[in-house]
Design a protein around this ligand. Structure first.
Ligand code: FES
Length: 92
């Protein structure tokens, strides 16, 4: 089972493969901030400190939103993230 680590709060959870990050955070309030929840506002932007290759690939829509809200390479939108292996996330 993948390990999902929240760097800011130094908490790690075992999550099933394919867990949607947004849904996990809905069940565990306070771990990460969200706004629109549909990939358009950029509130949920984060970086993968580890395991960038252990999540779903970036889509064109996600990339377009990221271009509007950050210049950080490798940034992702938490609301669009699916956990497939061990990873560690940190809000921007
Ligand atoms: S919550 Fe708005 S882009 Fe993710």
């Amino acid at each position: 089972m993948p390990k999902l680590t929240f760097v800011r709060s130094n908490q790690t959870f075992d999550v099933p493969v394919g867990t949607r990050f947004l849904e996990f955070c809905d069940d565990h309030p306070g771990l990460h901030d969200f706004g629109c929840q549909v990939g358009s506002c950029g509130t949920c932007v984060l970086t993968l400190v580890a395991g960038a290759d252990q999540v779903n690939p970036l889509t064109t829509d996600e990339s377009d939103t990221l271009e509007m809200c950050t210049e950080v390479k490798g940034a992702r939108l938490g609301c669009q993230l699916e956990i497939r292996g061990d990873c560690a996330v940190k809000p921007l």
